[in-house]
Design a protein around this ligand. Structure first.
Ligand SMILES: [Zn+2]
Length: 71
């Protein structure tokens, strides 16, 4: 999926609800706890679109690093 498709399918745009994900694994957080259901570690619950944005940022940083390495 390229970025444009990702953006079009982003629930942010249609004002839909969002899920809370753990910031470590991106696992769905069902209730108001701060324990990740995936790794059972303490984690910070974040909105799913925030998680996606952070992931995209990390990816682009990685890509930028890779491009720098080529020169
Ligand atoms: Zn986790």
């Amino acid at each position: 999926m390229n970025y444009d498709q990702w953006k079009l399918s982003n629930p942010i745009d249609d004002g839909y609800g969002y899920n809370m994900l753990s910031d470590c694994c991106g696992a769905l957080m069902y209730d108001d706890c701060d324990i990740c259901p995936e790794c059972k570690e303490h984690c910070e619950p974040i909105e799913d679109y925030e998680y996606e944005a952070a992931k995209k940022e990390a990816y682009e940083e990685m890509k930028a690093d890779g491009e720098r390495d080529e020169f």
